[in-house]
Design a protein around this ligand. Structure first.
Ligand code: UD1
Ligand code: MG
Length: 448
């Protein structure tokens, strides 16, 4: 059965006290709504429809960044969850598969849970994801009749007896898309909130002789985010999940609680991550690499056996080949560092390619920016760049070539050549002593 995801993301999120729409706040470096979507991918969706409202342009742009084929529809006024789902109707015109409704502000519903939900569609026309909790608070309650779900009652509309039910509605629903839209047509807004409740489709389904059931999941999978404190709690849950799965996958984390992951961080087996490392989005680290303490990585790739840090910064486009070494206070941006090449101390390498086994001395800087444009630097295989060399791009240093310490390289260096590009040293006998004597005398006169 083909599947469409409908992700509800129209709410403003008033309690975030933010100019950004709620679903654009980030968790693990990705906007909130991207998480529900990512888990929904387990269902191999043929279509994805995002229902945006507040800040729809921002949500649409972020959604297109993730997948250019996504459909974003706008719910102009937030009249309730059923009304929100109804906005997806025309986008799914002619779609004959199942629709699964997810909330953009609920990031932890696991892929396996969604698979169980989808599988339960064999037993019922409408399947709702529920969870048992001791703190049912203001959640909608699932009124069960054996395995059958009779109806969902919203907290505001519930009797005391119904409020005592501990099985709650997560909001996730699966049904054939055509059935879903049919049922929604029958939903009114005559309730305590004056909203069109998606939850009412269950009762409508039962009165029409269709069947409904519930599948349950752990409470923490249904955690929704409504304010910044909840976002912080969610980030901390996201991080602890990410740390646990890194450990399960055979990554060594010396102090897991000090390592921060993004939604898309990929780290190979037997890689070692020392304390206080941040993986911003877009990082892949291969097996056996070592990321030493206090390093920050973003949009980069680290190959087998490479060593990064301590105190290194890999920015987007940094690609380290096998066994490359990037040491302390080194920044690499948009640069390929060849196999076994070393950039060990206090350097900036940007918009560059570095050949295998090249050695860049302390304080090497690629001067890649002229104030208007960026230029490329190429350093050949086995080249030796002397400490404190300024490579004024665009420039090429050939294979097996060398630059002397303190060189300012403005012209290409041929293969095998040594480039000497610094003023010659002149020693003036006794001048230092005379110079300081003169300065001290000056200071003494001024002091009077
Ligand atoms: C909803 C459920 C409730 C469930 C709870 C779980 C209904 C009527 N109630 O209540 O049974 O226990 O979620 O968290 O469905 N949204 C839109 N457009 C709208 C309204 C909502 O896009 O017009 C989005 C919101 O941004 C949010 C989600 O739908 O992501 C849920 O809406 P919310 O107002 O939080 O519903 P609850 O009252 O929490
Ligand atoms: Mg809610």
């Amino acid at each position: 059965m083909s599947t469409a995801l409908i992700i509800l993301a129209a709410g403003k999120g008033t309690r975030m006290e933010s100019d950004l729409p709620k679903v654009m706040h980030e968790l693990g470096g990705a906007p909130l709504f991207a998480h529900a979507w990512a888990h929904g991918r387990a269902l191999d969706p043929e279509r994805v429809v995002i229902v945006a409202g507040h800040g729809a342009e921002l949500v649409e742009a972020a959604a297109r960044d993730i997948d250019a084929d996504v459909t974003v529809v706008v719910q102009e006024e937030q009249l309730g969850t059923a009304h929100a789902v109804a906005q997806a109707r025309s986008a799914l015109e002619g779609f004959d598969g199942d629709a699964v409704v997810l909330y953009g502000d609920t990031p932890f519903t696991a892929a396996e849970t969604l698979e169980r939900l989808a599988a339960a569609r064999d037993q019922a026309d409408v399947v709702v994801l529920g969870f048992d909790t001791e703190n049912a608070g203001r959640y909608g309650r699932l009124v069960m009749d054996g395995d059958r779900l009779s109806r969902i009652v919203e907290f505001k509309d519930a009797t005391d007896e119904e409020r005592a039910i501990s099985l709650c509605n997560s909001g996730v629903v699966a049904a054939k898309a055509l059935t879903l839209f049919d049922l929604i047509d029958a939903v009114g807004n005559d309730n305590a909130s004056g909203e069109y409740y998606l939850t009412d489709i269950v009762e409508v389904a039962n009165t029409r002789g269709l069947s409904a059931t519930a599948v349950s999941c752990a409470e923490n999978e249904t955690l929704g985010i409504n304010n910044r404190a909840e976002l912080v709690d969610a980030e901390s849950l996201f991080q602890s999940n990410a740390r646990a799965s890194a450990l399960e996958n055979g990554v060594t984390l010396l102090a897991p609680e000090t390592v921060f992951f993004s939604h898309d961080t990929v780290i190979g087996r037997e890689a070692v991550v020392e304390p206080n490392v941040v993986f911003a989005p877009g990082v892949t680290v291969e097996s056996g690499a070592r990321i030493r303490a206090f390093s920050h990585l973003e949009g980069c790739h680290v190959s087998k056996g490479a060593i990064v840090g301590p105190y290194a910064r890999l920015r987007p486009g940094a690609e380290l080949a096998n066994n490359a070494k990037i040491g302390n206070f080194v920044e690499i941006k948009n640069a390929q560092i060849g196999e076994g090449a070393k950039v060990n101390h206090l350097s900036y390498v940007g918009d560059a390619s570095v050949g295998e086994a090249a050695n860049l001395g302390a304080g090497t800087v690629t001067c890649n920016y002229d104030g208007v444009m960026k230029h490329h630097t190429h350093i050949g295989a086995r080249a030796f760049i002397g400490s404190d060399t300024m490579l004024v791009a665009p420039v090429t240093v050939g294979d097996d070539a060398m630059t002397t310490t303190g060189a300012v390289i403005t012209k290409d260096v041929p293969d095998g050549a040594m480039a000497v590009a610094r003023a010659e040293q002149v020693n003036k006998p006794g001048l230092a002593i005379k110079f300081f004597a003169r300065l001290r005398a000056l200071k003494a006169r001024k002091g009077k």
